[in-house]
Design a protein around this ligand. Sequence first.
Ligand SMILES: [Zn+2]
Length: 361
Amino acid sequence: MKDFCKKCVLPIDYLNIKLDENGICQWCRDYKQIDYLGADTLLKDIQEPLSRNTSKKYDCVVGFSGGRDSTFILWYVVKILKLRPLAVFSDDLFIPEFAYDNIKNTAQVLGVDLKIIKHNYLKKCVKHHLSAWIKRPVAETLMFINVGERLGYETLVEQEAIKEGVKLIFGGRSPIQSEETYKTDIMKINHKGGRSSWFLGWCKQVLLNPALIMNPYCLKLQYLEFMITRKKEKMIKKHNLVIIHPYYKYVRWEEKTIENILFDELNWKMPNDAKTSGRIGCQIDTLRQYLFYRTLGYNDYNVDLSVLIRDNQITREEAINKLKEVQTLPVEYIKMIVNNAGIDAEKFMKILDEKYPSNEN
Ligand SMILES: [Zn+2]
């Protein structure tokens, strides 16, 4: 295992890390505990969009990814805020069966209408992007592998809200996810900056590996996804929608509380009785996380657990033990995902192992 920051589990070669003389990273040094505003303030703050609601059936729409964060938000909206939500789920056709069962079961237990919208953007592109990626398998271009996924969900909840006459939308994004910036920063020129440095980084990577843009349909989706945030902003403005991600200001993200609700109240089932609820969604995400780990030696788990250490939810020792458990996925499972994407998994893994000898072997 790598050497980490002395306070958290970010490796000492983590992207953009600046360790001080005590071996402590800038995120640990600058960390400030947030005072969350709570349910009463949230209820006050949503009165305005609720007053403009024209739907008879729903008070709000919840973007429901099937992961633990948005599942808990759905529960919170029903049980704590006492609202009537419509849950909207985007199916990119790589959702494992047990996750699907959890999604449907959650909606049923909470008595919530569930709208599932299937799309094949990801399915149509992942084979091309994976086979192009393995020609030059570097972390910088892992951004390409799940192109199409965001196109499926980014404007989906907004569209449903507009259709229903609902003005209030809840999302499950959390400050923890906002910390996972290395995934996009790594492609940027100098590993920092905004959209233009992202675009320049994209140009550099396609010059180094032109195969990434050799499929016109996939290139079009790369462009549409690059533009999706602008499209979404326009839509929100035009229809005067209010979007709230409660974990940022109102609700403290507490792993134990969330897991208790998922497993005890919503009867979540995990494969092979796994006790961890993290990252169970789309299989292409799982694959991408595995590939970040293989190419960089770290992935979202290092980031997420580091946030929990800073927030005093877990000790550094507990986090180190947990890392070992969650970062070693069975190779057979990864091969199954690669095969499902339409790629010869044996060949793919052979190239990967040659370039990045696995430290487990
Ligand atoms: Zn740190």
